[in-house]
Write a protein that binds this ligand. Structure first.
Ligand SMILES: NC(=O)c1ccc[n+]([C@@H]2O[C@H](COP(=O)([O-])OP(=O)(O)OC[C@H]3O[C@@H](n4cnc5c(N)ncnc54)[C@H](OP(=O)(O)O)[C@@H]3O)[C@@H](O)[C@H]2O)c1
Length: 399
């Protein structure tokens, strides 16, 4: 909701702005948005008090945000994706835990779910510099909690998107994790790829995979993309990824065949165009197959474990082919190189604006003031299912 309207509408139902609102307060009221008065915002968050399966632990909680003063600014969220890591974090199987706090008015500490998103600055304290009302911001680091309608914070937690012209919230809200991961993995391992060189990846249709395909094409690298065989829609997926710039799209079954090894020899000009990089977000035996296709001295970079299967390797790959096995975690990279992150975000958003970088297919879930908890929780729980048509993303409407 636009802030100017917030200031002019009547508070319905009547709530004093100083009332601390809880979920139970909200649930006992008719589902009419209690319009903010005097700059107070009535916020909702999707959060958890204990770790576990999203369907068991996530709940919607309402609270009130007072007008910002000094260095505080108030944000209204526009779009927040549901990434696999967000779910792993809720399940308690991720290296960083959610940020639990009692500052949202709950008796037990509550953590807001989600780590990525874009928000609009709707008001700011007198001491805030470098950000204006109406600017869009993304989160500087993990742990902010982005599945929420509003938040109040300081500018050091944010990256300001200076030029939002020509961009959709869904594009800005998904730029800082997947495209950054693909970008850095292509550039930072084994001295980076050179024009005309190849990489091979599994999860070719994942958010990261699609970003890698597109960046590679822009930078003159070639890609072999492995996707899971599906009962229907295989050819559509193949041509969709080729449309993004994939040179080869192959199923996890096809890649295991002897024919495919011969095919690889052929497409890489008898091996003269090296495959120097492998990107792995799946794990299990397929990594072995990928590593065998690499040129001597190549790197396999693991960044995810979607199959939950371990990677086991014939030692000959290490001894005789000198294949390197590395890992990459974008959160750690972003914390270490905040300026580089800003530059990369800007570069990818510029490419997006120019139509040279496409966002992933999305499965939006509209989050309005009266959206029910069940609908939001179902969207989160469903995000880890395989063979999805698009990435789950909360898109905020009338909140
Ligand atoms: N290390 C980092 O910094 C970093 C950064 C970003 C993402 N990641 C990780 O990268 C992975 C992909 O993330 P994303 O956001 O790009 O995901 P996404 O867009 O949701 O795509 C998920 C991918 O995983 C595949 N998949 C799902 N279940 C699978 C299974 N049981 N076995 C094999 N493949 C399966 C899907 O293939 P189907 O379509 O065939 O189901 C799809 O290709 C996640 O593990 C995520 O945590 C890591």
């Amino acid at each position: 909701m636009a802030p100017s309207r917030a200031a002019t509408k009547i508070l319905r139902p009547t709530l004093r702005p100083t009332t601390r609102l809880t979920t139970s307060t909200f649930l006992s009221l008719p589902q009419i948005r209690p319009i903010s008065a005097y700059g107070y915002e009535q916020a909702k968050v999707l959060g958890l008090s204990t770790l576990g399966e999203p369907k068991d632990v996530l709940r919607l909680h309402g609270h009130s945000i007072s007008p910002p003063h000094n260095d505080l600014l108030t944000l209204r969220f526009l779009a927040s994706p549901i990434n696999p890591a967000d779910i792993n974090q809720i399940q308690g199987v991720y290296p960083t835990k959610p940020t639990f706090t009692t500052s949202l008015g709950t008796a037990e500490p509550l953590a807001v779910g989600g780590n990525e998103g874009v928000a609009e600055v709707i008001s700011k304290g007198n001491g805030v510099k470098g950000v204006e009302k109406g600017d869009w911001v993304i989160m500087r680091r993990q742990g902010f909690g982005t599945w929420r309608t509003h938040a109040q914070t300081t500018v050091d937690n944010l990256v300001v998107i200076k030029d939002k012209e020509g961009l959709k919230p869904e594009q800005v809200g998904t730029v800082s994790v997947n495209p950054m991961t693909a970008y850095r993995m292509l550039k930072d391992f084994g001295g980076g790829l050179k024009e005309g060189e190849w990489f091979i990846q599994n999860g070719g249709n994942s958010g990261v995979g699609r970003a890698a395909i597109q960046l590679a094409r822009l930078w003159g690298y070639k890609s072999i993309n492995i996707v899971r065989k599906r009962e229907s829609g295989m050819e559509e997926l193949r041509s969709e990824l080729k449309g993004l710039g994939a040179d080869v799209v192959v199923t996890d079954e096809e890649v295991e065949s002897k024919d495919f090894r011969d095919q690889v020899k052929e497409i890489t000009n008898g091996g003269r165009e090296p495959i120097r990089l492998g990107l792995n977000c799946v794990g299990g035996p397929i990594v072995n197959t990928m590593a065998k296709l690499l040129s001597p001295g190549g790197h396999i970079v693991t960044y995810g474990a979607m199959s939950k299967k371990p990677v086991s390797l014939p030692t000959g790959l290490l001894i005789f082919k000198d294949i390197h096995f590395d890992g990459f975690w974008v959160s750690k990279w972003s914390d270490r190189f905040p300026e580089q992150k800003e530059a990369c975000v800007k570069e990818v958003l510029d490419l997006t604006r120019q139509g040279r970088f496409k966002d992933v297919p999305m499965d939006p879930v509209t989050w309005n003031y009266d959206t029910k908890q069940e609908e939001l929780v179902t969207a989160v729980q469903g995000a880890l299912e395989g063979f999805r048509s698009g990435k789950g993303i909360f898109v905020f409407g009338e909140t």
